[in-house]
Structure formats: C-alpha cells, structure tokens
Write a protein that binds this ligand. Structure first.
Ligand code: 4AD
Ligand code: MG
Length: 432
C-alpha cells in the first residue's frame, strides 16, 4: 500500500516535503499569500501558499478552492507554535480533487434544526469530530474493560418476539407468517442465557425504544452495553458498575484531552469520578428529595429533575438501589428483607445527566418469576425459553445496562443526546 500521511503524524515529518489529502476547512488571503486550513479527519493544518514559491497554476488553484473542496497538497512541514495544531506547511504543489458547491454550513451560527437536517455534513465540524472521537474511545474502553476481565462478547438478536422493558415502548414489525415481532429494547434476557453458558458475558449493540418522551435524554435508537454475570449479587453488580464508569471516564480524560478542550468541557467534576461512589437506598433518596423541598411520595418514580437533584447533592455518580418493585421490571429479584423492594440499582451521573446505568439482581426462582410474568400480563408462551434458565441449574445472577449516548453526552458535556450518535433517531425525526 502506498504510504499515506495524516495531520496527527506531522511531528515525524518536520523538515520533510510531504503530500496530504483532505478538505478546505477555511481560507484567508493577504496579497501574495494564501492561508488554507486543511482538515483530513485527523487534525487541521495551515498550508501557506506564497505566490513567489509556486507556479501560477498552483496559486490560481488555491484561489479557486471553496469551503469543503477536496484537494491534495504538497509542501514542507515546519513547526509553528502560533498555528493551529503547532505545524505549518510551505506549499509547493496543489491538486484540486473537487471544487465543492456552495457549502450549506458556513462559519456563522445555524439553528439546530438546520444542522440536524444537514447531519451528514454537520459531522465534519470540529465539534462533531471531537464528539465522535470521544464516543469511539468510550466504546474501546468498554470493550477493553470487559475483555480484560474475562467476559465473553455475546450478541443477542435484534428481532425479538416479546418485550423486555415494558410493553409501552415497543417498535413492532410484521414478521412473515409469524405475526408481530419487535425491535429489541435490551439484550438482557438473552444475555442471561449467555451468562449461564459462559459465566460472564456482555452484549453491546443497538437497542430500540418507541419512547414518546421528547426529552434531551431520549433517543428511539441507542446503543447499550449489558454485562450479565452468573453468581453475582446486587453488591457485586454495583462494584462492577462503579469500576466500569471510573475506567471509562479516566481513560477518556487521559487520552482525549484535545477533544475535551475543543468541546470546552470543564473537567473538574470528571476528574473526581473515582471509586467509591456514594450508594443510597431508594428510601434515603426519597428523604433527600423531601429535605430539598421536592414534592415526592414513597413509591413515585425518580424522574429526570429528581435525578439532577440527587446527583447534584454529591457531585459524583450516585448509585440508588432497592427501588419499589412496583415501578421496576418484572425480572428483578425482590429484596428478601423487604419484598416490596426490588434488588435494582440505577447509577445517576452528576451535572444533570441523570441515569446512565440501570441494573439489578435477577429473579432466579421459577415460581416467583412465573408469578411476575402473570402480574405484568406478559405472554407466557414467549417466556418459556427464559423460564428454562430457572428450570435447569438456576443460580443467583445480576447485570446492568449502560446507555452509550448518555455516557458520551455526560463526558462530553453535551446538552442533548442527539449529538452523541452519528445519525440520531428521535420521536419527531428519522432523517437523514
Ligand atoms: O434502565 P434500562 O431501561 O435497563 C434495561 O434495559 C435493562 N434491561 C438493562 C440490564 O439490566 N441489562 O436502560 C438501561 C440504560 C439507561 O440507564 C440509559 O442509560 C439507557 O439505557 N437508555 C436510553 N438511552 C437513550 N435513549 C433512551 N430512550 C434510553 N432508554 C434507556
Ligand atoms: Mg432505567
């Protein structure tokens, strides 16, 4: 393969004449000099075209370049502390690849709807590139974390015959002669089968919720990582969640400094994301909310604003455990000390980001689980295979799901989840 050089490797090429390919990010001119800012996905480089140093054709070509035109440029690299990225190129040659039509996204401010309509182009902006690079590092960190701890990656189906997280947020599709099928809300139930086969597994893929909520924290298609572990109780589950979050945040802080700077992220609180995290019961959370003047009754679900109040109190991720079973999913195990409670945990991120993880110890008793399925009016026939997991060598087991976009959004300091995924899907939008 012919060697290709990218802008993030320039430190190895100081003093050399090299060729780079990319797009025109910005341009300014003063008399006999043109300053072209090249972007190549790896960084930004000021390319200086001196009329005296290049042929007339090259100088004219530089003149023709419009915003986002693609081109190839050759020249000598030198260190230039004042320039963007710390290097500069003295251009000797320039080949136009394509002259871009008038680019819709100009350096002026655009409204958010306009930007999302042009998401396919908006992705090229400095800010979006930074977010995508942080997202990738978060994904890598998640994989590293589980792979290093002996978890097996386990891919659950996307097309499923039944609900996992309640029947109100299902996307239905017609499945040949078999009637309705649904896009998965969570890989968990399948993950449990995996854990009983492999010990510790994690699923990691897209999940779907027909969420009617139009909030900044909800997408209809989002990515979730879901570890599931045999012989883990709720405390083990919380230990793992805490370790995972610390690992992700500290890795991104160490390795995506430049991107966090581009996003102007104040990282003070992120730096404090170190174990242990506060662990409070739902009961204690209720007390805290009431103390803070929130109108809240035992049994209410902890909503977005309440989450902000609770996590704001600690300035660190908080684990809230043992929720009223009534407001939680059918598969959660009841607390043996108080059967009104489910052995559930939510991890709430600080700075108003709210729930990033939901998890629990699972009901491992066949009869109890059957009872819950009936209480929740779930179609028993579809859960027969799941009940088999309690018939054949049932063991205590636990797991959780972490929303990737919620995590990226928190770490990056985004106002809305829509920037944390390349092409967001929301209740009122499924394009581009
Ligand atoms: O709390 P949830 O619904 O839990 C489950 O799906 C469990 N089956 C997970 C498990 O135990 N294996 O969702 C888990 C996480 C939430 O904490 C949140 O981060 C994210 O998934 N999430 C969403 N992210 C974006 N848009 C939505 N509509 C989301 N719904 C949940
Ligand atoms: Mg939840």
């Amino acid at each position: 393969m012919k060697q290709k050089i990218y802008i993030n490797e320039l430190a190895n090429h100081v003093g050399q004449e090299i060729t780079l390919k990319g797009w025109l990010y910005n341009k300014r001119a003063s008399g006999k000099v043109k300053f072209l800012i090249l972007r190549d996905g790896y960084g930004y480089l000021q390319c200086v075209v001196f009329k005296g140093n290049v042929s007339d054709e090259v100088f004219e070509a530089a003149d023709k370049l419009t915003q986002e035109s693609s081109f190839e440029v050759t020249g000598k690299i030198k260190e230039e502390p004042r320039a963007i990225g710390g290097f500069e190129m003295d251009v000797t040659d320039l080949q136009i690849i394509q002259i871009s039509q008038e680019y819709p996204i100009t350096p002026k401010e655009h409204g958010i709807e306009f930007l999302i309509d042009h998401r396919h182009l908006w992705l090229r902006s400095k800010r979006q590139v930074a977010i995508l690079k942080i997202r990738h590092r978060v994904v890598q960190a998640i994989r590293e974390f589980f792979d290093k701890r002996g978890f097996t990656l386990f891919d659950p189906p996307i097309i499923t015959p039944n609900a996992c997280e309640g029947t109100s947020t299902l996307f239905a599709l017609d499945y040949f002669d078999l009637g309705k099928a649904y896009l998965t809300q969570s890989g968990q139930l399948y993950g449990e089968a995996g854990a009983l086969a492999l010990g510790k597994i994690y699923t990691f893929g897209p999940t779907f919720r027909a969420e009617k909520s139009k909030t900044r924290r909800h997408l209809t298609e989002f990515w979730m990582v879901e570890p599931e572990m045999a012989f883990f109780d709720l405390d083990d589950d919380m230990d793992l969640a805490e370790e995972l979050i610390e690992y992700i945040v500290q890795t991104v802080l160490a390795e995506r400094k430049v991107e966090l700077e581009i996003l102007e992220r104040d990282t003070t609180l992120l730096e404090q994301v170190k174990r242990p995290f506060p662990r409070i019961s739902y009961d204690e959370a209720v007390k805290l909310l009431i103390e803070k003047g929130v109108d809240f009754k035992w049994g209410d679900d902890i909503g977005g604003a309440d989450e902000t109040t609770i996590s704001g109190h600690y300035g660190k991720p908080v684990m809230v455990h043992r929720y009223p079973a009534e407001i939680k999913a059918f598969y959660m195990k009841r607390d043996p000390n108080n059967p009104k409670l489910a052995l559930a945990v939510d991890v709430l991120a600080p700075e108003g980001y709210g729930e990033i993880i939901g998890g629990s110890q699972r009901e491992d008793d066949l009869d109890e689980l059957l009872k819950r399925i009936k209480e929740h009016n779930l179609p028993e026939e579809f859960f027969n295979w799941y009940l088999d997991l309690r018939r054949y060598g049932s063991v205590p087991h636990s797991g959780f799901g972490m929303g990737l976009e919620r995590t990226v959004s928190w770490i990056s300091g985004l106002e809305h989840l829509r920037e944390a995924i390349p092409f967001p899907r929301m209740i009122y939008r499924n394009t581009p």
